[in-house]
Design a protein around this ligand. Sequence first.
Ligand code: ABN
Ligand code: CU
Length: 702
Amino acid sequence: MLERLSQISSHARAAPAPAVEHPLDPLSASEIAAASTIVKATYPDKVLAFNVISLADPRKAEFLAWEAAPATTPKPAREVDIVALEAGVSGVWEGIVNLTTGTVASWKKVDGVQPILTVDDLIKVEKAIRTDPKVIEQCVISGIPADEMDKVYCDPWTIGYDERFGTERRLQQAIMFYRADIDDSQYSHPLDFCPIFDTETAEIIAIDIPDVRRPLSKAPHSNFHGKAVEAMGGYRDNVKPIFVEQPEGVSFKITGREIEWQNFKFHVGFNYREGIVLNNISYTDKGVVRPLFYRMSLAEMVVPYGNPDHPHQRKHAFDLGEYGGGYMTNSLALGCDCKGVIHYMDAAFPDRSGEGIVLKNAICIHEEDDGILFKHSDFRDNYATSVLARGVKLIVSQIFTAANYEYMIYWTFHMDGTIQLEIKLTGILNTYILADGEDTRGFGTRVYPGVNAHNHQHLFCLRVHPMLDGEGNSVQMVDAMRSEAPVGSKENFYGNAFYPKATVFKTVGESITDYNGATSRTWDIINPNKKHPYSGKPVSYKLVSRETPQLLPKEGSLVWKRAGFARHTMHVTPYVDRQFYPAGMYVPQTSGEPSRGLPEWIGDGSGAIENTDVVMWHTFGITHFPAPEDFPIMPAEPMSLLLRPRNFFQQNPALDVPPSYIMTTSQAMVAGEHDVTSLTDNVSRLAFGETAAAEGSSCCSK
Ligand code: ABN
Ligand code: CU
């Protein structure tokens, strides 16, 4: 957290930004300042702390009208979402500022809700726990002398929901740790009690203390800094450098925040909450611009923990809705976070006073080798007749730090028209103290002496707003099925018949479905009005997503109530402007009664979703049973999903990618025996032997 603050403060307050060209561009730092100035001038009597100042996405119809005829259609007004807190007043002020007219377009008080926690809010808690007499008392009981409170740390989490305190006050729970030395990792030394902090009054209002006390672990700290690695035998010395060379630069073009790459074109947005937002994704197919997706983002996530003892039921972080995947984003470093030839985009956020602050290098855009795109060799001439094309991929990425965890988000575009979302988890496990001889009862793992890493899930919600070949889209579920006809029947005499069973969802209720590994279930976004000339099937993009655990907290549990979106793998709703957040706009301290966001939009499930403007909400992720290998810092664990064109292109859309090797049968007959040489790579070489470097560019074996 401190590191991130220093990243921010090391960048100057923003200078006035040039006029924003594109209606989907995030607010610049000067626009943020302008929006807060308008609010302050309109409500001079209020002492406001700004929590959110962020672009209110233009309404889709207005945006598309402008985009279709920018010379003759007014640009959508530049509107700004505002969430502000008034000193000493519960609830939030919620408004929209119109920057185009310089006015506050709407302004209302919303009671009974709590806004997102900002890094400023989080950072206050540690100071409070170190000076609170009751916390000091508990530290002493744990075995920490009262004069060593500077060695006591906490990860501040929203309280989730605790019925003892409700939603009135803005609360955080302090997950407590101890560091003997400032450079130690505190996660090997958790404490057994949990103070509760009022963010507005900066007071500790309660402490949850377990019945059975667990004294501070006497084990040495489990660290991952250089000295610790040296003490364990030092860094390995057999890693040779790998560099990425792009001698001619990159293959993408950037205009403002619009990227053109390999027939794809899209706009890269970013906000405090979802982080990267991809808008207006299209593919130019033999000269024809074909829209694919209007908007795509990671809309929410929840991380429920599985230890049943109070107060661990409160640990179920909504890292986007409670803290913001944008607010927690890292400033990325060349050759560290991303390797190769990089283009960065900055992000701008408000501080409490409404000033704009710029975070450098928030988004990384770069290309990587993508392995073999396609290959075929003919066995008839000992594989001499051959074609092989290597792919390149374009990656738009960000990394955010959610206290202990790092989430690395990679939106990847492939040359065959596929769009992939890959998320990698790293950082540090959330840990709790395990007394000597104590059993985890299966709800966690002893990853180090004195350390219990509780079972948990990481469940993400992908929001996809398609516009596949224009308006009028549907979603169908596709299951691999055996023919219903019995063995010996005319239709299935040998019993081997199987087929993809497509079920088009007509209503929201029908769309609420789960992954089924037994039928290799996928979901297609289709345009039923456009059929493929060969297959006769509707054009589609298929969602292939197999890491889709069910929400493990039971129906009726707090998490089940609060994270309605995570109850099922798939939901489809009719599009509604500015309906973005599937656990609701204000997530901290929701009770789940009623369940906000998606469950409210689903209603009785009768909404029509066939051949119309639809939004797909897809929950995916992993169930994480920690292991000692995840400690003291977790090697990155990937998970991934694909959106693949199916019946969309006439044939393989990447046939025109220059091959690394191509030889026809007649050419092979003339060439005879030869060494295969890459047509596109003169850098690859043999690893061993005297001639390694001189060999030059041998590539494909034959
Ligand atoms: N994982 C919970 C969390 C996220 C961000 C900041 C604090 C705590
Ligand atoms: Cu995990």
